[in-house]
Design a binder for this molecule. Structure first.
Ligand code: NAD
Length: 498
């Protein structure tokens, strides 16, 4: 059900812009969600945020009613109408069949950029990293989160990693535009393109191409493993970091946690015309209903939302009151430290402490000022030039129980269909025929590469004829991948050890 409430404007102390109410969809979520949402909305109300709120129900209750997506059609209607979503965390029930609502919302609404500022608040919140102010810009729509998984043999399952040129260009452009708008000096890119040369390679190459358009911003690239190690060890090295979805998901939690608590992190999910704001943490069922949860992550996400909807003055007022509350040592249990804190308070009292400070500025931290912040960048992507595509082969994946690659090769190495011949067999990517190592462990999942000499293309019918011949030999084909030359260049990787 959708209800509409207009928030009252309660007498703000300072002169400010008169805002007209902006429609916003709000979900209270599960676990600690309702507590932190109530606390957040109380602060927004007291600060005079002008919101026209539509409440929707999502999450556990909706899942358990039998809706495997966790969200009803009426809720989508509200989101389509308001285009702004303030969302508390939800619980995804355990077990198969339930799709992650977070992933669905991000992908269905095209929220391609996940922006997660991770700041340490030394000396008021205990952290090993007193100098840390990193913004993680995580790609939100593709990569392994496409959710395309299959069990193909008795022994092997697969998950497709999809990286697109426009998806990559959008997120990298967003990271540079964000750096420019917020006066950030450097954008770092993390990938694993030493291993995933085509998918992560595209991300890195696009980073270099787009980065060249921003000469005043410093650029660097790390292989994600050493990048992650440096981020965890010396976060002060970094400014803005842009990453594909999976690395960004993992490392933004690491970055938020090392600022002092995962409960401090807010995030914005930005698309073309849509945006969703949420805490980075989950529904914390272990502390739900105990009035213990730190509402800061959701409150700081709401600050990002206020900037997004043009209520910059209210955003700054709340952010500054929050900074002052932290400086005054009013802390929830997750950041309480006997040496640094003055009082440990519950969720509701923390919100009241922020409200009491709405007319105050931080004493030591730099006050937040959003007056010149640009929240919506006009991100355009360059359409890909159509390439000349020629079929030169096909990788045929087989379910074959005998673990001997030479025995398998004997069954298919005589085939020659319009020049398509067996050139290689791999097992889990490692070349095992010809000239494989007897030490290489083999599963029941084989990739057999049939290729011509690549001097000219072959017809698709030739590939179909090849499959028919393999099928006639009673071999179990589980999938195929076509091998193309694009503008004369091979668009497929070699086998490990080839
Ligand atoms: P979690 O983030 O909920 O909790 C991890 C730990 O951090 C817990 O000890 C918790 O008490 C603590 N914590 C989290 N937020 C806190 C806060 N605001 N104040 C104080 N302490 C806090 O992660 P989890 O336990 O792995 O997941 C719990 C549920 O949340 C799962 O159902 C998961 O699917 C869901 N989840 C939802 C979202 C979302 O809605 N965006 C994100 C992550 C996880």
């Amino acid at each position: 059900m959708t209800t509409t409430t207009t928030m009252k404007q309660s007498a703000p102390k300072q002169e400010r812009t008169q805002h007209t109410p902006v429609p916003v969809t709000v979900a209270y979520g599960d676990g600690i969600g309702p507590e932190i949402m109530r606390a957040t909305l109380k602060v927004l109300d007291a600060a005079g945020a002008k919101l026209d709120i539509e409440e929707i129900e999502i999450g556990e209750k909706v899942y358990l009613k039998g809706n495997s997506a966790g969200i009803d059609a009426s809720a989508w209607d509200s989101l389509r109408k308001t285009k702004v979503f303030l969302k508390a965390p939800i619980t995804t029930p355990q077990g198969g069949g339930f799709k992650s609502l977070n992933v669905t919302t991000r992908k269905v609404l095209g929220l391609y950029a996940n922006v997660r500022p991770c700041v340490s608040y030394h000396p008021y919140i205990g952290t090993k990293h007193p100098v840390m102010d990193v913004v993680i810009v995580r790609e939100n729509e593709e990569d392994l989160y496409a959710g395309i998984e299959h069990q193909q043999t008795d022994e092997v399952v697969q998950c497709l990693k999809l990286i697109s040129k426009p998806g990559t260009e959008k997120i990298i452009r967003y990271a540079f535009e964000y750096a420019k708008a917020y006066n950030r000096k450097k954008v770092t890119c993390f990938t694993k393109d030493n291993i995933m040369k085509m998918t992560d390679g595209l991300f890195h190459k696009t980073f270099n191409e787009v980065g060249a358009e921003y000469p005043s911003i410093e650029k660097e690239h790390y292989i994600v493993d050493i990048g992650a190690a440096r981020l965890a060890d010396t976060p002060e090295l970094f400014d803005v970091i842009v990453m594909p979805n999976l690395y960004g998901d993992i490392l933004s939690d690491v970055a938020a946690q090392i600022t002092g608590s995962v409960g401090l992190g807010g995030s914005a999910n930005i698309g073309q015309g849509f945006a969703m704001f949420e805490a980075i943490h989950g529904s914390a069922p272990d502390i739900a209903g105990l009035n213990k949860a730190n509402p800061s992550g959701l409150l700081l996400a709401a600050v990002q939302m206020l900037v997004h909807i043009g209520q910059h003055d209210v955003a700054a007022q709340i952010h500054n009151a929050w900074l002052r509350t932290i400086e005054d040592g009013i802390h929830t249990y997750d950041i309480y430290n006997a040496l640094l804190s003055k009082a440990v308070v519950g969720t509701a009292d923390f919100a009241d402490a922020v409200i009491e400070r709405l007319s105050q500025q931080p004493k030591r931290f730099k006050p937040a000022d959003y007056s010149n912040s640009v929240a919506n960048f006009n991100i355009k992507v360059t359409p890909a030039m159509p390439a000349i595509k020629e079929l030169v082969g096909v990788d045929v994946f087989l379910h074959y129980k005998d673990r001997d690659p030479n025995a398998l090769a004997q069954l298919i190495s005589d085939l020659d269909i319009s020049g398509l011949k067996l050139t290689m067999i791999t097992n889990r990517g490692t070349k095992v025929w010809p000239d494989g190592f007897p030490e290489t462990f083999c599963t029941d999942h084989w990739r057999c590469r049939f290729k011509n000499d690549m001097k000219s293309g072959v017809s698709y019918q030739a590939a179909i004829d090849l499959l028919q011949k393999i099928h006639n030999r009673k071999l179990n084909i589980i999938k195929t991948e076509n091998l193309y030359l694009m503008d004369g260049q091979p668009m497929f990787t070699a086998g490990q050890g080839q």
